[in-house]
Structures are given as C-alpha cells and as structure tokens.
Design a protein around this ligand. Sequence first.
Ligand code: 9WN
Length: 448
Amino acid sequence: APQPQRPRLGTVALASGAAWVLAGNDTGTMVTASPRLYPHMWSWDAAFIMVGLAQLDVDRAAREMETLLSGQWADGMIPHIVFSDENGYFPGPDRWQTAVVCEHAPARPHTSGICQPPVHAVALRKIVDAGRRRGGADRRRAESLLRTSWPRLFAWQRWLATHRDPLGTGLIAVTHGWESGMDNSPRWDSAYASVRPGGDLPPYVRKDLDKVGDEGERPTDDEYDRYLWLIEEMRRVGYRADEIVRTGSFLVGDVFMTALFALSCEVLAELGEESRQPGEQVAQLRHWAARSRSAVLATRDPATGLARDFDVRAEKWITTPSIAGFSPLLCGGLSPEDQTALVAALEGPDWMGHPGLAVATPPTVSPSAPEFMPKQYWRGPQWPVISWLFSWAMRRGGMYDTAADIRAETLRLVSDGTFAEYYHPLTGAPLGSLSQSWTAAVVLDWLY
Ligand code: 9WN
C-alpha cells in the first residue's frame, strides 16, 4: 500500500532534531538508549551515542565513556546494560542479580551479566579526534580521557580474547543472542531451537510490547522464554565466564562480533601508539586483530563468498543470508578481487540494489530470502546505526563510493525526523522505538 507522504527535513532541521533527541534522552550522567523502551545505558548504543556527542560537546561525550566504564566488571567485561534508576525495562537488576552472585560485577551501578559488540574504541577515536580538532580545553579533556580509558578498553578486548575464543581460532563467540546486538536475527534461529527453557524458569512479565506501534515489530514470547532461560542458566553458575562457555545452551561464533573485535583492536592499537601506551599491549592488540581477521575470512561460504557464523554447540555453519555476511568489509583483509566481489554483492539486487527497497541501504536480511520479514526487528528492517557502521568502516578501508552512497541513502531515510530504531525496507516507514539515541547520534556524525 502506498505510504502517506511524510515531511522531509533539511540538513539544519535534521541536525537540530538529532541534538534535541540526545538532549531529551540525557539523564545527566547517561543518554538512555531511548526514552520509553530502553531507559538505561546499553553498551554498544553508548559507543555510538559518544560518536554523536563528540560532535556537540567533547566533555559530555567523555563523561558518557566514564559512565559506561563505571559499570565495567573487575575482570574487564563491559556489561551490555548499565542501569539507571528507572524501572521501565525487563529484565532489570532484580532479575539479573549480577552483584549478588558474581564477585566481578560492581555493586553500583547495577549491570546486566552479558556483553555486546566491542565498538568502544571507535567511539574513543571519535572523541579524541573531535578534541584535537577543537583544541584548548576540549583537546586536554580528550587526551586525558584517552590516558584513563585506554587501559580499560584494553582490558575489555583482552576479556573477549581470553574468555570468548572457545575454538582458539580468534572467532569470538556469543553466549546469548542479545550479546550479538541482533537479538532475534534468523542467524540465531537454529541455535535457539536447541535452547529448551526449564519448567523452573521463574515467571516474568514483558515490558516492551506496549512501547512500540505494533507487537509484530518485537520478538515473540517464545523467543523471550529462551532469552530469559539463558540468563537463568548464567545466574545459576554465578556468571562465571568460562563456565558459561563450557555449559551454556547457546554458544555461537559470531562473525560480525569478531569483525568488530578485530576492527576495534586495530583502532585501539593506533590510539595506543599515539599516546605511548605499553608497546607489548599495542603489539598484543595487533596480534588479536590479525588472528580474528583471519578467522572472519575463514568463515566465507565457498559458494557465495558471504561470511558465516558457526554454531559451536551443534558444530555447524549458519548460512542465513544476513548483513553479518558482509563482516569482512568491516575488518578488512580481503584480496582486492574478493573485496570487489563482496562489495558488488552488497550493492547487488539481493541487498542494497533490491528493486523493492524504498532507499538503497543494507537491510538486515536479504529481501530475496525466505527468512525476510520487513517489519520484524532484526529479521529484515534497515537499521541506520548498522548503515553508519558499514559506511564508517568501508570508508576507512578505502571503499569510498559505497560508503558515501550508504550515507546519502540513510540520510534520506531518516529525514522523516522520527529517528526510529529501524525502518521498513520496502516502504521507509519508521519502526520500533522513535527518538532512538543511536539513530540521532549517527545522523549527527554524518552531518557535522
Ligand atoms: C536487548 C538498545 C538495544 C540494542 C540492541 C537491540 C535491542 C534489547 C531489547 O535494544 O536489544 O538488549 O530489549 O530488545 O537489539 O542491539 O543495543 O537499543
């Protein structure tokens, strides 16, 4: 059905709107992921939010990093949620009980017990660059943040390399779909099919469903039972990282997470060199980056060239045609021919070039695939934050034209001014939460 014509904002209005969204979601110490659906700080959201804040206010961006790091666990893990005092989200601190059962978790702030993709080094890079560009107090603030947060981010990368490499190849594994950031992606369907919630799963009430336009935009109750069951398993083993990897029902080598890990190791190594951090730690980062880059390249499907996840429990490749298939473009390492072919596939008719798309940006699942569901969360919609990530990394890797196209098309999509969490790829309609912070943040970075 034809969509109602929405007003399109020009650049100045769009940038003001984005700044307004971030200000509106700012509690003073954290910019929550969204006003109603996610009233807390999420780990990878926070990183993208810092990217946006860096353009507006270096000190505020630096404080966001400090808030996030105040939730870092003693063993180095950055938890996927740092909770505010709001209680509008489930599962909240009472359900996780991280500090009650795990010595590594801080008592305050309250935190969840899993992690999310490591993109924080990219945020630090952006803050440092903004500070240096502006000079004066901004520069001093950014340099001092670099000194204090570099070792913390190093510890975070080390945690992933140490506790999340079950095969010893550099392929970083997730123990819960939420860790991937792409909660209900069809990538995880087969692995979740083997997660069997026990009869003793404590009862719970979801709080997310009445905060979006249509329940069909969110995961199902069946999926939620599995999400909650995995948390129950983890809580029962006191969130001990190695024990979860040894015994948990869900363990998948996540190629997208791995590519971001490799990318962040490189970015952090560069920042480490610039700020004279210990040489052996910088070398360690480069070593991890190289190993994980190779691991990403080794997952490629010989038939399609797309990267794949590996279900460690079932010992099988996951071939779902999702955006994660393009992970090599995030971390680099392809031969020039293979890179050209993968970019061509991304731009081709099964992806950005699909004739049915309202704007030519990457959908999360190929519209040509049977798994494609255009309204449902990570099963098809376009996520502006994912577009930003690909655009940023591809520009860094010298793929300037595609990077610029993704930027231009995504800006066209978000010029409706809703700053939606995700968009319907066939109609351009906003979906999920509106005034989503990371959408506003990446728009700001693009417009500045
Ligand atoms: C669970 C905050 C987060 C994002 C994730 C996105 C969604 C949470 C949820 O929202 O996940 O962590 O309740 O659905 O999938 O990527 O970080 O924006």
